[in-house]
Design a binder for this molecule. Structure first.
Ligand SMILES: [Zn+2]
Length: 489
């Protein structure tokens, strides 16, 4: 079947997945699906364990905190792990030498035209459904105009007034060490957009030579006051989902757990590796404080560049204390609408820039891309292909009689959950299987820095071992020795 694209651009077939194709009818792009195959995302080797602290609050503010309520919302950018970028056939691999994965489209050269990667739509629909959102069956892309050297076109392709998904929620179970409990946080919207490039600040040394596109003899750098600022466009055009929460969180822990659950969700769905250190999942938080009982929101402050769950939690707790302190000292007027940065070393937030009114991005519909229409069949196929989601898994494990501590551990990583599920599917005792996985096996994985997929022991072997200990064939002590040997050999 001929694939119909705008202006008949010749595209690299590798950018299209066999599972879906586009058809253009009456000037509108239709997404259709042939099968329910999904791409497996690279799984991060080490799960980032959430560590949060409440130590960052100045003692003098403690007595006032109970009189105030913080209102927190989070905007999360999730980089999709598609094989190619959103609108061209360039691949994206984190850490590649600068400007080695670029083409006229993602470099924004005149006359180059975007062609949508159908996988971006599929990922967006998967996330929208998993977040219990309402999908827009007819959506479109828009241009968001702003100038910055890492944005070669002078605009970002995004979605403005018709995001692909709206009005959902995310279920979160708080860790027991922070009091436990279940929370439901609202999702305002999910929209698709493209990432920008990266600026590299150097002192003008030899760095620039190897960072140029030698075969095209293009140097992308800006000499500014003696400092060389270079542009790496590898990341330009990489597909992103921006997920905006409702302002439903009240503490740093809640916000960090929300972000952690979002990471778990995108990994379960296989749409992103969710790695914060590599920038695959980035959080900007908005915080305001108001006296308890007041309906009106306080002045909102934004904190950017939070690259770990622990910094999300600590930056928010610090900012709450700072704002409460200003409230309690009658200096509310000093809380201004601004963007602040979290300084990890000093453990405090500092002003990055004051906001002088809303930026005018002069959005308008992207004329180089057609509207996107989803068919019911396409959405139904994706819905049927969704894996069991973290929340469903936790509730299922809870019903098995496992403690919340066990439930949270096992469901945290979908590979560990799969190992556990396969073990008990063979008839192994549920609690004993959980104990072995959380005990000796987890300890081995932690010491050797390996994932459960990299150990030698199979779920079937673990099941047999548990059965042997249970029926008295071998003792628990021997079982431990066998496990130690079997995970390694
Ligand atoms: Zn490209």
């Amino acid at each position: 079947m001929a694939l119909t694209f705008l202006r008949g651009i010749q595209i690299n077939p590798s950018m299209l997945y066999p599972s879906s194709y586009f058809a253009r009818k009456h000037g509108v792009l239709y997404c259709c699906m042939r099968s329910a195959q999904t791409q497996t995302a690279t799984q991060e080797k080490e799960q980032t364990k959430l560590k949060v602290s409440t130590q960052s609050q100045p003692k003098a503010v403690d007595k006032y905190l109970k009189d105030y309520e913080a209102v927190i919302g989070i905007e999360t950018h999730v980089q999709l792990s598609t094989l190619t970028k959103a609108f061209c056939s360039c691949p994206y691999n984190y850490g590649s030498p600068p400007n080695t994965s670029v083409c006229p489209v993602c470099m924004g050269l005149p006359g180059a035209l975007p062609v949508l990667n159908s996988k971006v739509i599929e990922c967006a629909v998967r996330v929208g459904l998993a977040l219990n959102c309402k999908l827009s069956m007819n959506s479109k892309f828009d241009r968001k105009q702003y100038f910055y050297p890492d944005l070669p076109k002078g605009y970002q392709i995004s979605q403005f007034d018709i995001p692909i998904a709206t009005g959902g929620y995310l279920d979160v179970d708080l860790p027991l060490e922070y009091g436990g409990g279940h929370r439901k946080f609202g999702i305002t919207r999910v929209h698709m957009e493209e990432d920008a490039g990266k600026l590299l600040h150097t002192d003008g040394g030899s760095y620039s030579q190897e960072r140029t596109l030698s075969h095209l003899n293009i140097r992308m750098d800006i000499d500014f006051l003696g400092f060389l600022i270079q542009v790496d466009l590898n990341r330009a055009g990489v597909p992103l989902l921006e997920i905006v929460s409702e302002p439903d969180m009240r503490t740093g822990i809640e916000a960090a757990e929300y972000a952690s659950e979002l990471q778990r969700l995108v990994r379960y769905l296989g749409v992103s590796n969710g790695n914060m250190q590599e920038g695959s999942l980035r959080c900007d938080v908005n915080i305001s404080v108001r006296p308890i009982g007041q309906l009106e929101f306080g002045t909102k402050v934004e904190i950017k560049n939070l690259n770990s769950f622990s910094s999300v939690s600590r930056a928010i707790d610090y900012e709450i204390s700072r704002q409460v302190q200003l409230h309690s000292q009658g200096q509310v007027d000093q809380i201004v609408q601004e963007t602040r940065l979290w300084e990890e070393g000093a453990q405090k937030t500092v002003t990055m820039r004051k906001k002088e009114g809303l930026a005018d991005y002069r959005y308008f519909p992207e004329p180089d891309l057609p509207g996107v229409t989803l068919t019911e069949e396409y959405v139904d196929n994706i819905r049927e292909s969704l894996p069991e989601l973290p929340e469903d898994k936790r509730r299922r494990y809870e019903k098995m009689g496992l403690s919340m501590q066990d439930v949270l551990f096992l469901a945290n990583d979908n590979n560990i959950a799969d190992f556990f599920d396969t073990t008990i599917a063979g008839g192994a005792d549920v609690k004993l299987a959980a104990n072995w996985i959380m005990g000796d096996i987890a300890a081995y994985m932690k010491n050797e820095k390996v994932t459960i997929n990299e150990i030698k022991l199979t779920p079937q072997e673990l099941g047999e071992l548990i059965a042997s200990i249970k029926d008295g064939t071998i003792s628990g002590k021997i079982g431990k020795e066998v496990i130690t040997l079997r995970v390694m050999i």
